[in-house]
Design a protein around this ligand. Structure first.
Ligand code: FES
Ligand SMILES: [Fe+2]
Length: 392
């Protein structure tokens, strides 16, 4: 994997603003409980995260409003009785961000941490990044139903040069599924956009040669739910052995150059285990689910590693010169524009908008403002894909 240190590959994603607005993964609740206080670079910001004894999670800017000390554990920040204690002069902050105590004087009322709004889905903590600090413009979906027939979550994280718009584009780029990943008979079945929610569905076949002899063909239906560029949930329905699984693809910009891609998988009990999963039928259900999920996350990590080779070296191509076989890449590009609100005075945007000179800048227009987008040159991306998802 290319690292910042070896710097062999020139940065190619700098035609997109680095931090699209949206909800981005921070950490799991389990990690917060284990580590007590987490520090990380997220969306180009230094942040800290912790949970108090009642389970209230706080994600905050990592600098103390007193005299600016870093509050992370590496600088000596600690959690005491559910509050964050600054290592420099001992100012203490609760999960509302308010300074509630200092060692030798009443806490100044103005001493308050800058907070990020959070959401939690199955123990995964997300925070809202608003351009210019503006509040959430839309919400994450409800937690998906889960029960005893679902495994716990398995995680894998990759870090590489990239951009969340490029990684999320995988969901609609059906052509690469065959070419890069070796899927068979990929057939798009549905595609829709509703505000910040994009839904993309397709079917495909997976062919595995078992013991070098038998080709095992599995038929899979995929439904991808995209909620902004930091949160995608992919539902797999395997129709041959009767297995459902989920894969979250959580793409989080680190510093404007690297992204951290967290893969999270969850497997449901196989409905027809005897057919192909020889030798697993005797395992207790819980163990079998966990084992299946370990296999899944391993496989997904392997697939995504194939993408990473491309992502790290590609440039943002706009306009893309698409063929009739491509999925709705152009519509996806239009969908993405809502996550780059321009420097309108009302939202105080400070992010430098450096969208390409081919007219793909949006400056605050919504996805349904088609006329304006066309006027600015977005029509080319629409025209080049056509309107139907079918590729045959
Ligand atoms: S800088 Fe944090 S208490 Fe002084
Ligand atoms: Fe891919």
């Amino acid at each position: 994997m290319i690292t910042k240190a070896n710097g062999r590959i020139p940065r190619r994603v700098d035609r997109l603003p680095p931090f699209p607005e949206g909800w981005y993964f921070i950490a799991t609740r389990d990690a917060l409980l284990k580590e007590k206080l987490i520090e990380k670079t997220w969306m180009g910001e230094e942040i800290v995260a912790w949970s108090d004894d009642e389970g209230r999670v706080c994600v905050a800017e990592a600098f103390c409003p007193h005299l600016g000390s870093h509050l992370g554990p590496a600088a000596g920040g600690t959690i005491r009785d559910g509050c964050l204690v600054c290592p420099f002069h001992g100012f203490t902050f609760d999960t509302t961000g308010q300074c509630v105590a200092t060692p030798n004087a009443p806490p100044p009322r103005a001493a308050k941490l800058k907070l990020y709004e959070t959401r939690e889905i199955l123990g995964m903590i997300f925070a809202w990044y608003g351009v210019g600090g503006r509040p959430p413009q839309w919400d994450l979906p409800e937690e998906p139903p889960t029960g005893a027939d679902w495994s716990g979550l398995a995680f894998a994280t990759l870090r590489f040069r990239g951009h969340p718009q490029e990684t999320t584009e995988n969901s609609v780029d059906v052509e690469h599924l065959e070419y890069t990943h070796g899927y068979h008979d990929v057939e798009p079945t549905a595609f829709s956009i509703d505000g910040a929610y994009l839904r993309s569905c397709f079917d495909f076949k997976n062919v595995r040669t078992v013991a070098g002899l038998v080709d095992v063909v599995t038929e899979i239906t995929v439904v991808t739910h995209v909620h902004g560029l930091g949160y995608s949930l992919v539902e797999f329905h395997e129709n041959t052995i009767g297995m459902d699984s989920r894969l979250w693809v959580l793409s989080t910009p680190v510093d404007g150059e690297f992204v951290e891609l967290t893969l999270v998988s969850q497997a449901r009990e196989v409905r027809k285990p005897g057919r192909y999963i020889v030798g697993m039928g005797f395992l207790p259900r819980k163990l079998r689910n966990r084992l299946m999920n370990r296999i899944l996350i391993h496989e997904e990590r392997r697939f995504v590693a194939q993408d990473v080779v491309i992502w790290e070296r590609k440039r943002y191509q706009s306009p893309p010169r698409l063929s009739r076989a491509d999925g709705p890449v152009g519509k996806y590009r239009l969908y993405c524009r809502q996550f780059y609100p321009g420097p309108a005075p009302e939202n105080g945007n400070t992010q430098t908008s450096r969208l390409p000179a081919d007219g793909t800048a949006t400056h605050g227009r919504r996805i349904d403002d088609r006329a304006s987008l066309h006027a600015r040159g977005g029509a080319e991306e629409l025209r080049s894909t056509g309107s139907a998802p079918s590729r045959r």
